[in-house]
Write a protein that binds this ligand. Structure first.
Ligand code: ADP
Ligand code: ASP
Ligand code: MG
Length: 412
């Protein structure tokens, strides 16, 4: 049995017409001889609306009920897709996460997939069903409650199914025709890549390029899933889109593969904390316990035994971070003079495996930003990426300047 996974994102199932269009693609793949597992997102905008309703009802919500509500958008599109396929005489059935079952841990709102037993769906394929339409983004915890996989999680559902069913390929249908050198919505010179290495895609995703959820790329890499990103609005063809693949399968590539950004960051600085062994643990322990996702960290040189500590986190976690620091101060675990929160920053990053063997990328990046008068607030680097924190108002300018300076509009 040749199984193909096809995932349709929110814009691809946004209306009944679009669901019908997506269903036609599925029917073509069935005619090509595949058994298809279709993963659907909620209609675009739906999940945001559901999250809004939860926040309005209960600002400090119970995460189990959050998942009960926000997972529901996918139930609708899964059922509608199955019905549309049936109307086209394609034998199809919908499955919610718990019915498969897609088993996760209990980390509500950002659960991790633990197991997808394939038996139930395979048995239906054996009986002649051609398409299993599965609601993306949702699973079931060991306690038997509905979980969700974090925003953008349907990508991860798709790749996990491709791994569990040893699919021939996992096609991610979205509203752009592939992975670009940067977000084509903010840089009109962005160039579509035919191929991108797993490592690069992983960094781009984790640094903000939302075209694929980070976890989906991790899974594809680990289980060697053939992963393709393509548009649901263009003609079907075998070489459409972007293939995410091993580094060895790419003939030539630029030193910098792409530029990513993350808009909603915050920079927090603790002024004058005691510089003593254990201080970092005393600060970041309580932040972790409060569920703050700390990203960049900088500790200044100390003077008279005191130092400033700066870190970044998502802007919607600032209140939680401030509270955690205040509590730690009140409990005598840390002492600081002031906590300054800057909520108007963004992170811009350049990514490329070529950086492993090329010096000078950082210098070139900083030069390009300074030519545009963009001040850098924090810098972090790893083997294949450099990230800077800057004022949010310069974010698009910075992305475009970096795209220009590394000449990403040209292929290697
Ligand atoms: P879906 O609803 O299909 O899951 P998403 O909105 O999650 O779609 O992801 C697709 C979007 O990702 C595109 O519309 C684009 O704006 C954005 N994006 C960000 N960076 C990139 C990139 N490097 N290449 C392609 N798209 C990108
Ligand atoms: N509907 C969910 C979201 O908007 C999951 C997804 O579309 O991938 O985050
Ligand atoms: Mg998405």
């Amino acid at each position: 049995m040749s199984i193909l996974v096809m995932k349709f994102g929110g814009t691809s199932v946004a209306t009944l017409d679009r669901i019908a269009r997506a269903a036609k693609r599925v029917a073509v793949e069935v005619a090509n001889g595949h058994n298809v597992i279709v993963i659907v997102s909620a209609m675009s905008g739906k999940t945001n609306e559901l999250v809004g309703w939860v926040n309005e009802t209960s600002p400090l919500y119970d995460a189990r009920e959050y998942d009960a509500v926000v997972s529901s958008g996918e139930n609708v599109t899964a059922g509608l897709m199955a019905l549309r396929l049936q109307e086209m005489d394609v034998p199809a059935r919908s499955w919610q996460g718990w019915q498969v079952p897609l088993k996760t841990n209990s980390a509500h709102s950002s659960a991790r997939i633990e197991e997808i037993p394939p038996e139930n769906i395979l048995a239906k394929f054996d009986e002649g069903m051609k398409v299993a339409v599965v609601a993306g983004f949702q699973g079931i915890s060991p306690e038997g409650r509905i979980t969700t996989l974090g925003r953008g999680g349907s990508d991860t559902t798709a790749v996990a199914f491709a791994a569990a069913f040893e699919a021939v390929r996992c096609d991610i249908y979205t509203d752009v025709d592939g992975v670009y050198t940067t977000d084509p919505r903010i840089c009109d010179k962005a160039r579509k890549l035919d191929r991108i290495a797993f490592e690069e895609m992983l960094e781009l995703a984790s640094l903000g390029a939302k075209v694929l959820q980070t976890r989906s790329v991790e899974l594809a890499m680990r289980y060697k899933v053939k992963l393709r990103v393509l548009s649901s609005f263009e003609e079907m063809s075998d070489d459409a889109g972007t293939l995410v693949c091993d580094e060895e399968d790419i003939m030539e590539s630029n030193v910098v593969a792409g530029v990513a950004y993350s808009r909603d960051e915050a920079k927090m600085t603790l002024i004058s904390v005691a510089d003593r062994p254990g201080i970092a643990a005393a600060i970041f322990g309580p932040l972790a316990e409060a569920g703050v996702n700390v990203d960049m960290i900088v500790q200044n040189i100390s003077e008279d035994g005191r130092t400033d500590m700066t870190f970044s986190c998502p802007v919607d976690q600032v209140a939680r971070a401030e509270e955690a620091m205040r509590k730690a101060q009140d409990a005598g675990e840390i002492s600081y003079h002031e906590l300054i929160s800057d909520k108007d920053v963004a992170k811009v990053s350049v990514v490329g495996i070529g950086m492993r063997s090329h010096a000078g990328v950082a210098a070139k990046m900083f030069d390009a930003l300074s030519s545009e008068g963009v001040n850098i607030k924090v810098i972090t680097t790893s083997e294949i990426k450099i990230s800077v924190l800057i004022d949010r108002k310069y974010m698009e300018l910075a992305v475009q300047a970096l795209h220009d300076c590394f000449e990403l509009e040209k292929a290697a």
